[in-house]
Design a protein around this ligand. Sequence first.
Ligand code: ATP
Ligand code: MG
Length: 492
Amino acid sequence: MIVVSTLGAAAIGATLALFFVANARLKSANTASARSATVSAAAFDVRAAVVAIDVALQQVVEEYDAKNLAQWRRASRSWEAPATALERAAAASNDRQEQRARALRDEIRSYIDDYGEPVVGIAKVSPAAVRSSVAHTEGTIRLDQIITDTDAVARNSAVIAADRSGAAGRLADQATIAGIVALVLTPVLLILLGLWLARVVADPLRQTVAAASEVAAGNFDVRLNERRRDEFGELAHVFNAMTESLSVSRSELIERADSLERSERHKSELISMVSHEVRTPLASVLGFTRLLLERDLPEADRRRYLGIVDAEATRLAALVSDFLDARLIEEGRFSLRREPFDLRSLVREQAEVTLGHDESHELELELPDRPLEIDGDRARLAQVVGNVLSNAVKYSPDGGTITVGAAEDHGHARVWIADQGTGIPPEHRGQLFQPFYRGDAAAAGIPGTGLGLAVSRRIVEAHDGRIGFDPLDRGTRFWFDLPLEAAANGRR
Ligand code: ATP
Ligand code: MG
């Protein structure tokens, strides 16, 4: 923009300067022509004075008397004033003209002194001699020369004036052409400049305003074109960064609001679940304890009822322990008692404990021959295997085979537990590991708190491991990986 406006100002300035110069030249041409008129007038006076000298001399030659002599004296003085005026006027034109005028003055004086006065003197003594053709011829020659030179001074002055006025006229013509061009081009250039400004400034400004209105209306996905390499490019870059960060913040807010909503829902689910989960075993414990206290029962019944009380109290204790684990998870307080051990023994043990007395499922164990030494918290990892195994049993109510296996896999020990149960619907797969999330289990009347997998993931991750599951054609295979002890040692 600065370049364009500078060029425009320079063009207008140049045109104006041309006008000023042309005007000055025209003025000087005017002066020259006025001067030429003065010179011509002075030359005319000089010419008249010289002719008067010649006439007076002729009269003295014709008749030498006092009157004619007085006439001659007057004429031989009266040329001085016009000659001086001519000299002054010529001096104003140039040096050459001044020299010419001065030479003319000398010529006239010489005519009077060297020719006129001697002729008058001779006329006094010998009028016949003075009328001889020789004297007359010389006078005529001299006079002609003076008149020619006088005319030359006037003519030269006219030529100078004509030259100046010609040059000034040409310059004026050029200035007029430049003026016309400027007159035509200026509006065209102004229109072009306006269009260019509209494209370069107004368009991006309009786009920015439109985008800002969109942002004000809540659309943070709007972006401006950043390709321009000027201030608008920078503005677009900053604007886009702003909308980007606004959009990220909004997503975070939405996510936080969602998670708050989820946790609120979980809490209320938890309350109803806890009341249900705690009340059932507690009711059994209370009922059977009262029965035992109030009645004298046969030994066999007594033992059976005590067994039930024991089982229900154990269930309550497990429930409380799960809650405590869940709290530890939420508060991030989780410590491990690590020791090296063979994972195969732990897997076998848990499989037998869980499935030893289960008649509706078949157990298939797939364990390697070589030990799977890991460095971990045995009790916590037993809890993980127990949780996943109990799920496999719980969520395959129609029975089937439960495959429990372990193997070495790229420096890790992998444990898997596959069932042929209900499977996990896709809409629940992303949230299974969240505390208290139970999918359709609660609705299906399957007991549980939704803490087993959340606690298990926490334990596995505390061991630098990973836990996950793969849906099968029938049922689900849960797995977890733990670093083998050699790898763990290498890392330490
Ligand atoms: P608990 O805390 O007593 O274990 P839970 O079994 O409901 O309760 P999780 O073990 O965390 O809780 O499991 C969460 C949910 O994942 C379950 O409610 C169930 O819907 C689903 N789930 C877990 N394992 C399986 C499985 N093997 N097959 C199908 N669904 C499963
Ligand atoms: Mg479970």
